[in-house]
Design a protein around this ligand. Structure first.
Ligand SMILES: Cc1cc2nc3c(=O)[nH]c(=O)nc-3n(C[C@H](O)[C@H](O)[C@H](O)COP(=O)(O)OP(=O)(O)OC[C@H]3O[C@@H](n4cnc5c(N)ncnc54)[C@H](O)[C@@H]3O)c2cc1C
Length: 467
């Protein structure tokens, strides 16, 4: 089996790379481990909002570039950040020519409309992907690939990279117990990262990997990063992840993820640990708070504390699926009590400390002065509200990992790098398993779809140009 390009994985990263490469005249095989017709993966589950560091992908490149540099705490490689910022509009135009349908929708109340794949998902709890925009685009890309004489081959699990003379020259894959060697001029790792691999989550994020939620497709096992590291590619940039704040029952109740999540409610209430104290800056938003929860000694020990007024305000602030009422309707417990003391008893939080944390929060809201709080509180999207209208509520939380950060070190063409800073000939990485674009102290997240769409397109164009 011989191709110009092989992609490891058939999510958006692999499919976009493959379609663009096929369009440029290359023969491509997309090797996908799963064998279902509509195999589950994060791409198929995606809500479909294409943004860059929270800004609409159609924003001016200089604005996007500045947002990536700032949001990543200067963790981003400027050349890669510039490539992403400069090519967002072009990627959307190219995808539209492939048949992608976008609608403009404000996913945050304080922002202009963003490109969202249409039709959009319903405002219901749990997964809702069948025939939604992402699912439709995946099928359209496969059709386009096949029409151009290339193939998406299901049921092939890539297990190793083939390296000769310091260059990647293909892969070894297994199907139904038989091992195949597939040769190619370029191999593109597009396997979706490692959120569904507890050993790697334990190694890079939290030792308590069994107590955080893999809020992703099942194939994100980190194969690509491990194969690349073994072959001598540079990897790094681990530690943070893209994710959301979920109800703790999402660990076992599939209707609690991916939606509703509790990001908006956490921005106006408070999040406390098992000692009843705030431990994180809720104002920085769901990604940051989810990271802080994951790093607790017990990631399943945090509670969101709010009151009836906040709970009733939440639906107007959430732009996906409001937790009120979807969380409760889907079986997520809302612990409620007429006073804080009884709420402490329900949650087993220390009553005095919980009352103190609520009191300090209320004082800060009343005086509009958050500087005196022991744990800083930023005011960004939504203003915090006081917690004083009974009944009082507590929600047990978990951290949902929607996409890992870190992986292969790449350049602006998505070419893999070696530890000595030279290119790893024939090897590329796109989408989730890359380093040097995200992270930093605030877990800056560029956007899973933009990384898949833009880097996939750039990798294909570079492979075609050096052929
Ligand atoms: C519920 C949900 C909602 C989301 N919403 C958004 C959104 O609105 N906007 C946004 O920007 N991002 C969103 N994301 C993130 C985004 O969907 C992902 O970042 C992106 O789709 C990842 O695409 P990918 O192709 O890199 O990975 P995936 O879609 O995970 O595809 C990787 C594929 O590789 C296969 N694979 C893995 N290992 C191997 C192997 N060894 N051999 C062969 N195949 C292998 C897997 O089976 C899988 O099919 C969301 C994610 C989730 C889970």
């Amino acid at each position: 089996m011989q191709y110009d390009v092989v992609t490891i994985g058939g999510g958006f990263s692999g499919l976009v790379t493959a379609c663009r490469a096929a369009e440029l005249g290359l023969s491509v095989a997309v090797l996908e481990e799963r064998d279902e017709d509509r195999y589950p993966c994060s791409s198929r589950y995606a809500t479909g909002a294409a943004n860059v560091m929270g800004l609409p992908i159609m924003s001016e490149p200089d604005r996007l570039f500045a947002a990536i540099v700032k949001g990543s705490g200067r963790n981003a490689n400027p050349a890669v950040a510039r490539a992403v910022a400069n090519n967002g509009k072009r990627a959307i135009a190219w995808l539209s020519l492939q048949g992608a349908q976008f609608t403009s929708r404000a996913l945050r109340h304080d922002q202009p409309g963003q490109q969202v794949l249409a039709p959009v998902r319903a405002e219901t709890a749990g997964l809702d992907w069948e025939d939604r925009g992402a699912d439709q685009l995946m099928r359209r890309l496969e059709q386009n690939l096949t029409r151009r004489g290339s193939a998406l081959i299901r049921g092939f699990k890539v297990e190793a990279l083939a390296v000769e003379d310091d260059a990647c020259v293909g892969v070894e894959a297994v199907r139904d117990g038989t091992r195949f060697r597939i040769s190619s001029q370029a191999v593109v790792i597009a396997d979706g990262g490692f959120a569904a691999n507890p050993e790697m989550v334990a190694q890079y994020i939290t030792p308590h990997a069994g107590r955080v939620l893999a809020r992703v497709g099942p194939g994100a096992k980190g194969d690509g990063i491990r194969m690349a590291a073994k072959a001598g590619a540079a990897v790094g940039g681990f530690g943070a992840f893209y994710g959301h704040i979920d109800h703790a029952s999402a660990m076992t109740n599939a209707r609690q993820w991916p939606y509703p999540h509790l990001d908006a409610a956490a921005e106006i209430g408070i999040v406390v640990g098992p000692d009843g104290q705030r431990f994180t800056d809720e104002g920085l938003g769901g990604v940051c708070v989810a990271n802080a929860i994951a790093h607790l000694p017990d990631p399943l020990s945090a509670f969101l504390i709010l009151d009836e007024a906040i709970w009733n305000a939440e639906p107007a602030l959430t732009t996906t699926v409001p937790a009120n009422p979807a969380m409760v309707d889907a079986g997520g417990e809302l612990l409620s009590s007429p006073d804080v003391g009884m709420l402490a008893a329900l949650t087993h939080l220390p009553a005095d400390q919980l009352a103190r944390s609520i009191g300090q929060h209320n004082d800060a809201v009343d005086s509009d002065d958050f500087a005196g709080l022991a744990v800083t509180r930023s005011i960004r999207k939504h203003k915090p509200m006081p917690i004083r209208t009974a009944p009082f509520h507590a929600i047990p939380l978990c951290a949902g990992i929607t996409g890992t950060m870190g992986g292969m070190v790449i350049n602006e063409h998505a070419q893999a790098q070696k530890p000595n800073g030279t290119n790893f000939r024939g090897l590329y990485a796109v989408g989730t398993p890359i380093a040097g674009l995200e992270g930093g102290p605030r877990a800056g997240y560029v956007g899973g779809l933009s990384k898949a769409f833009i880097l996939g397109m750039l990798a294909a164009e570079h492979i075609a140009s050096v052929r």
